[in-house]
Design a protein around this ligand. Sequence first.
Ligand SMILES: *[C@@H]1O[C@H](CO)[C@@H](O)[C@H](O)[C@H]1NC(C)=O
Ligand SMILES: [Cu+2]
Length: 241
Amino acid sequence: MKVFLVTCSVLASASAHTIFTQLWVNGVAQGATKGIRVPTYDGPITDVTSNDVICNGGPNPLRTPLPTDIINVKAGDKLTAEWHHTLDSTQATDNADPIDPGHLGPTMIYLAKVDNALTATVTGLKWFKIFEDGMDSSGKWGVTRLYNNKGKLDFTFPSCVPSGQYLLRAEIIALHGAANYPGAQLYMECAQLNVTGGGSTNPPTVSFPGAYKGTDPGIKFQLYYPTPTTYVVPGPTVFKC
Ligand SMILES: *[C@@H]1O[C@H](CO)[C@@H](O)[C@H](O)[C@H]1NC(C)=O
Ligand SMILES: [Cu+2]
């Protein structure tokens, strides 16, 4: 029975992927795909050592030209990342929108300071994590909370980091195939931010690729049996001001 369920879930999910398509600032939608480097296909990245794990690309070519708009944010603003199954799906017509509910795993948000968010190349950036939601003590996942909230994830832009331009990397990891590496499905897109009103704290940073390894317990993970009781979200600890 277990084997059947697992197989079925994987088959049913084969193309039920997801894309971060819109950012909200203090409850105001910024426009679908505005300021977000979206891919043309909603598939996952599975090689955590590849440059495609930074801001997508590779098997999911980014839409070109890159967006020419930037999203204005004040440090301390409440932001909301919104995901959808594809660039134009809605929950009304697609029960795998924003994501197949069987794609269980964590949600995460990272930032990297850049000189110019419109033109920044993504290799060599220094990233810090500002949000994560893994598995809670009742066994419920970040993805389930995201699904129940219609693809929307709320978090706060840190008030103490410097003003200037940033790339914001929003990520979901689906663990249904993660028992072996490569298998975890990483979904990520980067938004272009212009931040004012910041402070002077420079958080510790990590690199992508590099922040994750195929052997990390949050990347190589058995989702189904035995039923997991804990989950360690991969990457650095969440930075707090
Ligand atoms: C970023 O915000 C500042 C302050 O509002 C503004 O002067 C500047 O033009 C903005 N930069 C871009 C690229 O929009
Ligand atoms: Cu998928």
